[in-house]
Design a protein. Structure first.
Length: 179
């Protein structure tokens, strides 16, 4: 349910940014906002606390988030008043996804045994951008020693598994089903 609500807030913010031509600015502000909400565990409980009145919460948001655009601040006020401030990270994720869709950018996670060099990362980004017919692919590298070797790439719900551990599992399944 909160995912649906978060997508609606993100969509409204996206439409405002699109009309004003401030999508890039909103995206960067929301990126910062998400990290603040994720790193500060006491922020959401404070903004949701029933004994703290809305004026105090609004003043707190004004003080803490100085420099943010009015659109982001108004969204925070609205989420606070409606007791939905906890969905800020989800709103940010949905907004980022919409901006990336408009730009033709896909986000992906790549799992490897070691950190990839910049040239390896760039080559993977270019290869998968062509494969998915996107302008660009942004890769997040996750080091996972359990894959033994090779790499696994996840874009949305699609997984490309070129790991040694994945190949071993497929071989094992074939042997078990052959019996």
């Amino acid at each position: 349910m909160s995912e649906v609500v978060a997508s609606r807030y993100a969509e409204a913010l996206f439409q405002i940014g699109n009309e004003k031509g401030t999508l890039e600015q909103l995206a960067s502000e929301l990126d910062v906002l998400k990290s603040i909400f994720v790193e500060n565990e006491k922020l959401v409980p404070f903004l949701e606390h029933p004994r703290v009145d809305n004026e105090t919460k609004k003043q707190f948001i004004n003080d803490v988030f100085q420099g943010f655009s009015d659109d982001v601040l108004n969204t925070l006020y609205l989420l606070t008043e409606r007791h939905r401030i906890g969905i800020v990270p989800a709103v940010t994720d949905h907004f980022t996804q919409m901006v990336n869709d408009v730009k033709g950018i896909a986000e992906a996670k790549v799992y490897t045994v070691r950190e990839l060099s910049e040239s390896e990362k760039e080559q993977l980004e270019n290869t998968f951008a062509k494969r998915f017919d996107k302008q660009a692919v942004k890769l997040e590298t996750i080091v996972d020693p359990s894959i033994i070797g090779g790499l696994k790439l996840r874009i949305g719900n699609t997984i490309y598994d070129g790991t040694i551990s994945g190949k071993l599992k497929r071989i094992e399944r074939r042997i078990v089903t052959a019996d």
